[in-house]
Design a protein around this ligand. Structure first.
Ligand code: GAR
Length: 200
């Protein structure tokens, strides 16, 4: 099985969906490590209780982005990680880290990229007046939220939606999409080749 690390900063509901999917007997992955930059992240407690190795790497303890990233990467190497999943990890990674893990590093973002990068994603979608939104799993490259797309799911925007109601509708799809995309990568059904996602 491919050894997977999940990087989180908070609630960890996507992390939980990845852990649940990895428990299936035919899963090609094992969740070997959960890393958080925030010690009080709810997801860390869940992972520890599930018997998964956890590491807290407080970003404030480092004086540069790359120093933090090198500390995270050292934990990933020690744990012999094959694939890294960002799941609500709210730190921008350095070019060094994105390059070190290129092709093995994926993220989930709660919009139909390339629309609505960055933060306040659902506010951006409602402000733009789009009638559908969704979520995207993509390879991470140095440019923020710009890597080649692996999978997307679409939800309707409903009359009267607030950022919270839209976020909740998108999150239901995130929890299905991320395990499916991770499985594709772990089984070699998608790979990164020269800035393109190549399928099959
Ligand atoms: C998810 O909606 C994820 O797509 C989003 O944060 C939420 C984390 O929830 N990620 C980003 O916005 C990344 N820029 P979770 O901690 O319950 O998985």
């Amino acid at each position: 099985k491919k050894r997977v690390a999940i990087l989180i900063s908070g609630r960890g509901s996507n992390m939980r969906s990845l852990i649940a999917a990895a428990a299936a007997p035919d899963s090609p992955v094992e969740i070997a490590l959960v890393v958080s930059n925030i010690g009080s992240a709810a997801g860390i407690q869940f992972a520890a209780e599930a018997g998964i190795a956890t590491e807290i790497v407080p970003h404030k303890a480092f004086n540069s982005r790359e120093a933090f990233d090198r500390a995270v990467s050292a934990h990933l190497e020690e744990t012999r990680i094959d694939i890294v999943c960002l799941a609500g990890f709210m730190r921008i990674l350095s070019d060094w880290f994105a390059t070190r893990w290129m092709g093995k590093l994926i993220n989930i973002h709660p919009s139909l990229l390339p629309l609505f990068k960055g933060t306040h994603v659902h506010e951006q979608a409602l402000q733009a007046g789009v009638r559908v939104s969704g979520c995207t799993v993509h390879f991470v490259v140095p440019e923020l939220d710009a890597g080649p797309i692996i999978a997307q799911a679409v939800v309707p925007v409903e009359t009267g939606d607030t950022p919270d109601t839209l976020a909740a509708r998108v999150l239901v799809e995130e929890h299905k999409l991320y395990p499916a995309a991770l499985r594709m990568l772990a089984e070699g059904k998608v790979r990164l080749e020269a800035d393109r996602a190549v399928f099959g």
